[in-house]
Design a binder for this molecule. Sequence first.
Ligand SMILES: [Zn+2]
Length: 80
Amino acid sequence: MNCQVLIREISAYLDGELGVETLAEIEVHLERCKDCRLIVDTTRKTIEIYSSSQPLPLPNDVRERLHQALVKRLGRRPAT
Ligand SMILES: [Zn+2]
């Protein structure tokens, strides 16, 4: 489990759709990785805001922005 995998699985994680193995890997990663804890926390709050205001799943653009933020944090900028 690394940060990019976690970000890819984040909506399934928050929706409770992951198998126990993946779930355990994510929990372990979150204990060690402050950045991902922050991202999970932010995403969860975003979902709560969206689901209380309108019936939408996690919007793709939110996920994309989170991913970009993480890539930047890791110092791996996308090719331009
Ligand atoms: Zn991480």
